[in-house]
Design a protein around this ligand. Structure first.
Ligand SMILES: Nc1ncnc2c1ncn2[C@@H]1O[C@H](COP(=O)(O)OS(=O)(=O)O)[C@@H](OP(=O)(O)O)[C@H]1O
Length: 339
């Protein structure tokens, strides 16, 4: 920048030194905040204005000043965080791709989630919310706490229980073609109990008439419209995000973009984070959370499907069609399962 007072060069030198010092302070403050906040993203405007004010010769903003002046104990809490009840829950569906969603989302510095499924709103409700909170990872004020338990979506009591914990809980449902979902569900059960009857035997009450046994849980779980109805008694549609399990495989970054928007997170996870692993047959992360190595989901995710008689599959499709159409109407989204 040219010197505006050539007759008094010391003014120019002072101004240049001041600018330089402010830039250094600005860099140090943002480095310090990032380190202390454990990776919280200073969202666009806040970060931008801090940098601008400092490099324009302004003061350090109150929040940053307050933070810098915080006593050691407070800083320690800020750094390690506190356990909080989740503000967002992946409530379903079983075999929809819920693990993939959570593993991908955990790449985001402002999202923290439990590794295992807590099952509090279906199996362990009696243990109370304090125990539930204990299961959560520590989070900072700027981070959201999450968990996933896909069986909640089909649990009658789950919506009322989650509502009574917090009516503002954000809900995410990863849905997948109910026919594929049922086959994956069966494949998983078969891997644990090889003696169960064949898929075809479990599907039909009467194979000759083609009457489907709707009491079989693998079939029940896929009637999404019915289960959604139960959630809508407590939560408005705007509080529920439906993620396409199919698109989570074909375009993970696209679905993760929608999820980040829904959760109010900055869009940090993009297609740069993924690659398609030919051997696995699924998208994987170029770098896992807290690691620099590529990461695919484990062996139990992305199994080879059990082969089902195409006639049975067709009968299944016919059975689900009206329920799928109802579900498309309720969500205002067409998932394309009946094409
Ligand atoms: N990236 C990636 N890697 C591996 N697997 C993927 C991925 N994205 C979606 N999927 C599909 O997710 C299916 C498992 O879904 P869930 O995690 O919801 O299963 S569970 O309900 O928690 O058991 C899983 O099916 P299974 O292999 O039968 O478990 C996959 O079909």
């Amino acid at each position: 920048m040219p010197c505006r007072s050539p007759r008094n060069p010391s003014v120019c030198v002072r101004s240049a030194v001041r600018k330089c010092a402010l830039t250094v302070v600005s860099v140090l403050v943002s480095f310090y905040l990032k380190k202390e906040l454990g990776g919280c993203v200073l969202h666009g405007r806040a970060a931008g204005s801090l940098h601008r004010r400092l490099s324009d010769g302004g003061d350090v903003p109150d929040a940053a000043r307050g933070f810098l002046a915080a006593p050691r104990g407070r800083i320690r809490t800020l750094r390690s965080g506190m356990k909080q009840l989740p503000s967002a829950i992946v409530v379903g569906v079983k075999k929809g791709g819920t693990r993939a969603l959570l593993v991908f989302l955990r790449v985001h510095p402002d999202a923290r989630a439990t590794g295992t499924e807590p099952h509090v709103f279906d199996r362990f409700y009696g243990n109370g919310l304090a125990r539930y909170r204990d299961l959560m990872p520590k989070t900072l004020d700027c981070q959201i706490t999450m968990e996933k338990t896909p069986s909640y979506f089909v649990t009658r009591e789950a919506p009322a229980r989650i509502y009574s914990m917090s009516r503002s809980t954000k809900l995410i449902v990863v849905v997948r073609d109910p026919v594929t979902r049922a086959i994956l569900d069966y494949t998983q059960t078969l891997s644990k109990k090889p003696d169960i009857p064949s898929f075809e035997n479990l599907t039909f009450k009467n194979r000759t008439t083609g009457l489907i046994d709707t009491s079989w849980s693998a079939i029940q779980f896929g009637i999404y419209a019915k289960h959604l109805d139960n959630w809508l008694q407590y939560f408005p549609m705007r509080q529920i995000l439906f993620v396409s399990g199919e698109r989570l495989i074909s375009d993970p970054a696209g679905e993760l973009g929608r999820v980040q928007d829904f959760l109010g997170l900055k869009r940090i996870i993009t297609d740069k984070h993924f690659y398609f692993n030919q051997t696995k047959g699924f998208p994987c992360l170029k770098k896992a959370e807290g690691s620099s190595k590529p990461h695919c989901l484990g062996k139990t995710k992305g199994r080879t499907h059990h082969n089902i008689d195409p006639e049975v599959v067709q009968r299944f499709r016919d059975f689900y069609r009206p329920f799928n159409i109802k579900f498309y109407q309720m969500t205002g989204m067409i998932f394309g399962w009946d094409d």
